[in-house]
Design a protein around this ligand. Structure first.
Ligand code: 5GP
Length: 193
């Protein structure tokens, strides 16, 4: 997605070996216009696949996921990272190792929001080693729903995530794919949409 790549080049900052900071438009401050275009791009790609729910993980997945859900005309559900006393029954959980926080946490979704008729599109802000996506797939499949595909805003293709998911026969659709960081410069490869 050209608009997204241009924005990453303009406002993204490479930190260390493998982290991209995009807090001015995606992970902290959010550019709603860009998110709307991202939502439309995913919706165009998936419009004929019969998606019934969009699922993401808090917090940074929520912005692209809500616009994707709006464009597809379906609900969005986000997995929670901390236990909530109002979530009392039928909780589906999975363990996820966080790439940026370097801790394992239990993520959860109330089972009542997913059923075996659902065809789910997972949306997340980044794909690094694929642990967040793996945890979401685990939770969604516990409910009997099926995972249609994983839509990623920014994929760091030099990390293991895509390979891990494709080995598991999952479809990954990324709007920006970063091949490498070269002297803190971002080098893209061809994106999926
Ligand atoms: P994974 O589970 O694929 O290893 O990592 C994906 C999660 O880690 C995303 O949900 C995102 O929040 C975070 N993440 C991974 N890489 C980056 C990065 O380079 N920059 C930022 N801001 N977040 C990242």
């Amino acid at each position: 997605m050209k608009l997204l790549e241009e924005r990453i080049l303009k406002d993204g900052h490479v930190l260390g070996e493998n982290i991209l900071k995009v807090d001015s438009f995606l992970t902290h401050q959010v550019d709603a216009n860009l998110m709307r275009e991202i939502g439309k791009a995913f919706a165009t790609y998936f419009k004929s696949t019969g998606i019934t729910k969009v699922v993401t993980i808090e917090a940074s997945g929520i912005a692209p996921a809500i616009y994707t859900a709006e464009a597809l005309g379906v609900p969005m559900i986000f997995a929670k990272k901390s236990k909530n006393i109002t979530m009392t029954e039928g909780i589906l959980t999975a363990e996820v190792y966080s790439f940026t926080k370097q801790v394992t946490s239990t993520i959860s979704i109330a089972g009542k929001f997913l059923n075996r008729q659902d065809k789910v599109l997972i949306i997340d802000d980044f794909l690094a080693n694929g642990q967040a996506a793996k945890g979401l797939i685990e939770i969604i499949e516990q409910s009997g729903a099926s995972v249609e595909a994983i839509g990623i805003v920014i994929e760091k293709s030099f990390q293991e995530g895509r390979k891990l998911l494709e080995e598991d026969k999952r479809k990954v659709v990324s709007l920006a794919r970063i091949q490498k960081f070269e002297n803190r410069k971002i080098v893209f490869m061809e994106a999926d949409a």
